[in-house]
Design a protein. Structure first.
Length: 246
């Protein structure tokens, strides 16, 4: 599952890449949403392009909260829901059936700009974090869904699906990956007229594995009390127990 992400672009770079403008209701600086590592369980705010305002880049709290729950109680909600992943990911196979996801499936889809994410590779009972990104270092538009709580908290979840052959080699235990949208599908994902069949086809559409690369990184990614939001966290880290996958 995708619980760790990276977004190293400035706000201006994201505006240009997604042809949007930062939300003027917020004071969004150039580096306010730039990070080398975001641990989803910290539930920080990240930027999204929402279906309801597809020309806008706006903050949302990472961790979907049902739209009938108050966002002001998010700490309590996340604590109770941690066994289910605290809303960080949403299985795309359940998008139209899950009691929370289906409320957003048609009217509250979004793009989540990221330029990398981390998944664990398991070998001999040990987990090794891998950093996955595009070879050209450009952004992904990750498919997401969001909610707006009664007290106007915007919360978001990243959609996941069965791993591609490339991703299955890395995430070799659970074999899942985020839904990475091809550039030509990004506008279609936000189209309010899209029906279930069209949306399922977008989710199923394969992202080119040959455009991706990944390598093992420091286990500091998993350690509490260690500052892992640093440039070196995305750099290759050698492990004597691990032969390079690629």
């Amino acid at each position: 599952m995708c619980y760790h992400t990276s977004q190293t672009k400035t706000t201006s770079q994201l505006e240009k890449r997604f042809n949007v403008s930062r939300d003027k209701r917020y004071d969004i600086g150039e580096l306010d949403f730039t990070f080398y590592h975001s641990n989803g369980f910290a539930h920080q705010n990240i930027l999204i392009v929402p279906q309801q305002e597809p020309d806008t880049l706006t903050p949302a709290k990472w961790g979907l909260i049902p739209p009938d729950q108050p966002g002001a109680d998010h700490e309590s909600y996340y604590k109770k829901s941690i066994r289910y992943g605290s809303g960080l990911n949403a299985r795309s196979e359940k998008l139209f059936d899950h009691f929370v996801y289906r409320l957003s499936a048609y009217e509250r889809r979004c793009l989540v700009p990221l330029d990398g994410f981390f998944e664990p590779h398991e070998k001999a009972g040990k987990k090794f974090p891998y950093y996955i990104h595009r070879k050209n270092k450009e952004c992904f538009g990750v498919a997401g869904i969001y909610t707006i709580t009664p007290d106007n908290y915007v919360t978001v979840s990243l959609l996941t699906k069965e791993a591609s052959p490339f991703m299955a080699e890395i995430h070799n235990k659970r074999k899942r990956q985020p839904v990475l949208l091809k550039a030509e599908d990004e506008n279609a994902w936000l189209d309010p007229a899209a029906n279930r069949e069209q949306l399922e086809a977008i989710i199923a559409s394969a992202y080119k594995d040959e455009s991706l690369e990944g390598w093992a990184v420091s286990r500091d990614l998993f350690r509490t009390g260690v500052d892992s939001d640093r440039p070196s966290i995305v750099e290759p880290f050698p492990y004597s127990e691990l032969n390079a996958l690629f």
